[in-house]
Design a protein around this ligand. Structure first.
Ligand code: MCA
Ligand code: AMP
Length: 512
């Protein structure tokens, strides 16, 4: 039954409206917006969306730089009941074409500088409206929104109606849209706000991108629920973050953020005096990094684990032991189990695939019934593809991945997608892409290739990648081999490739 109160925006508004005069966003240049300002700006974006014919359930695809306007557009979509569909700004026009064709949005919002190139692509995909939204307050679509009278209505939705579709690449090479409902997002936000002990006066240092779950949901939602001030930086820069830490009480980041803070030789306890909580996730935080941070600052980073399809799943405790190398315990109302391929639970301590069930688990992949049939158990448990152990107390450690996935700087990179591009280059017989240890990004991308005759020039491989895939997915090294190592079943042994090339990759990357 559709209800206004099921709308995630209604939950935020209930929490922050009594504190409307409080500062919501502080931008990098010091400009501020109160909660009242943001409430009104999102109402103007909602009015503009409605005027464009966006109805509840319609998709709005957004590929823009981080700004307060972009955050207000997201909130406007929630108010209008639209399914917000964010895209990484690094995606190429080729990748954007796929997302527009798949999501079939009513409106596509891009950066002003991309509009000329992307508008024809949107037209081909049948998108009715293309808007440009830049970072300049009051310009472009932001100015257009200001020309609309605020429409404070909040769409009535059912709790399982879609609030967002977040694309994640896939092991098959085709990106999948994870459908997240209002209840998925609100249950997760409430749980995190509770277990991380948000309190009055908390200030969040927000340096994450807002096109992924970490920055858009985990960080933004918990702060909105708390009517907290967010120091809203356009991206992560270690020097800026270090400076702004002095005004913050909480920092959320991927392990690369902590590696980069530690790379500042004199970074230490003085920088963190006012911070009560450092949180890490999206990729494994090594015990070494956790210990080094503790030694330098006296603070133990709280590591948590999640994924686009389920938001946050486990977390180390706020009070109690934060154990390096573990991701803690299932969130309240979330059930995790470590299973064999048959779905039967493994004895405690054994390695298996982590499965998750609960109000956080998504509604399935957009228009992919066959994937949904594969990835869900009959009881609603979702098979994460992460390898884990669980001890007697329920504490989980992520020990590997059953899925062929590389995580660099907190971004997921699926080898299959890169192999498909490389295999299509004339002169390449076959390729295998693996992740090898990288000191800054966690993992780095390496491609092993077999030539038809002679190796193809790096520039030709690069040109093929440039045309198709976002820069962060590109292999940083190409290694030509006589043959790919295969097991008896003919499957490429990626572990063998990883072992073979990790030392050479580390040596070549040193000092980069
Ligand atoms: C940039 N580059 C990368 C990455 N980022 N390469 C691999 N992996 C990356 N993540 C490349 C660029 O293509 C460029 O290459 C060069 O590095 C420098 O780019 P630049 O933009 O200057 O990089 P940066 O500003 O130093 O960014 C690195 C970063 C950033 C700070 C680690 O990527 C970041 O903020 N990551 C956060 C990702 C995140 O939010 N993940 C959450 C996903 P070239 O010079 O050759 O062109 S949500 C999730 O995973 C789940 C739900 C969870 O649990 O949270
Ligand atoms: P994404 O698809 O971008 O949401 O990335 C989700 C994946 O990131 C998970 O399936 C894990 O493989 C990985 N991940 C997230 N947090 C952690 C963590 N704390 N430790 C290890 N892996 C993590």
């Amino acid at each position: 039954m559709p209800r206004v109160t099921a709308n995630l925006y209604a939950l935020f508004a209930e929490r922050f409206r009594p504190r409307a005069e409080r500062t919501c966003f502080v931008a990098a240049d010091g400009a501020t917006w109160t909660y009242g300002d943001v409430d009104e700006l999102s109402a103007r974006f909602a009015a503009m969306l409605r005027a464009a014919g966006v109805a509840p359930g319609d998709r709005v695809v957004v590929q823009v730089d981080k700004s307060v306007g972009a955050a207000a557009l997201y909130l406007g979509c929630l108010r209008a009941g639209a399914a917000y569909t964010p895209l990484n700004t690094a995606y190429t026009p080729d990748e954007v074409a796929y997302f527009l064709g798949d999501a079939e949005p009513k409106v596509f919002v891009c950066r002003p500088q991309d509009r000329g190139g992307l508008a024809p692509i949107a037209e081909t995909a049948g998108v009715a409206d293309v808007w440009a939204l830049g970072i300049q307050p009051g310009a472009d679509a932001w100015a257009d929104a200001l020309g609309h009278a605020p429409d404070h209505a909040v769409a009535a939705v059912a709790s399982d109606d879609l609030a967002a579709i977040c694309y994640t690449s896939g092991t098959t090479g085709r990106s999948k849209g994870a459908m997240l409902s209002h209840a998925n997002l609100s249950s997760n936000a409430l749980a995190l706000h509770n277990i991380w002990g948000f309190e009055d006066g908390d200030v969040l240092l927000h340096a994450l991108p807002i096109f992924h779950v970490h920055g858009l949901f985990v960080a933004l939602h918990t702060a909105l629920l708390n009517a907290s001030t967010m120091i809203f930086l356009p991206s992560f820069d270690a020097r800026d973050v270090r400076k702004r830490l002095r005004e913050a009480t909480i920092l959320m980041g991927v392990p690369t953020y902590y590696a980069r803070l530690l790379a500042e030789p004199d970074f230490g306890a003085d920088d963190c005096a006012g911070v009560r909580l450092f949180i890490s996730g999206s990729a494994p935080l090594t015990a070494q990094a956790s210990d080094a941070f503790f030694a330098r600052t006296g603070q133990r980073i709280l590591e948590r684990y999640g994924m686009t399809e389920a938001g946050m799943i486990t977390s180390n405790p706020l009070d109690g032991d934060r154990v390096a190398g573990t991701v803690g315990f299932a969130l309240p109302e979330v059930e995790v189990r470590v299973c064999g391929d048959d779905g039967a639970e493994r004895p405690r301590g054994d390695v298996g695939v982590l499965e998750v069930k609960g109000p956080n688990v998504f509604q399935g992949y957009w228009r992919m019934p066959e994937k949904n049939a594969e990835d869900f158990r009959a009881d609603g448990g979702f098979i994460t593809g992460d390898l884990a152990t669980m001890d007697e107390s329920g504490r989980v450690a992520i020990v590997g991945r059953a899925k062929d996935l590389i995580i660099a700087g907190g971004y997921n990179i699926y080898p299959k997608e890169i192999e498909a591009v490389l295999d299509a280059v004339p002169g390449v017989r076959e390729s295998a892409v693996v992740g090898v240890p990288h000191p800054d990004m966690g993992e780095g991308v390496l491609a092993a290739l077999v030539a038809d005759a002679a190796p193809v020039a790096d520039a030709d491989l690069q040109a093929a990648l440039d045309a198709k895939l976002a820069r962060f997915k590109h292999p940083r090294r190409f290694a030509w081999v006589d043959a790919l190592p295969r097991n008896a079943m003919g499957k490429v042994q990626k572990n063998a490739l990883r072992e073979r090339f990790k030392a050479a990759y580390a040596a070549a990357s040193a000092g980069e």
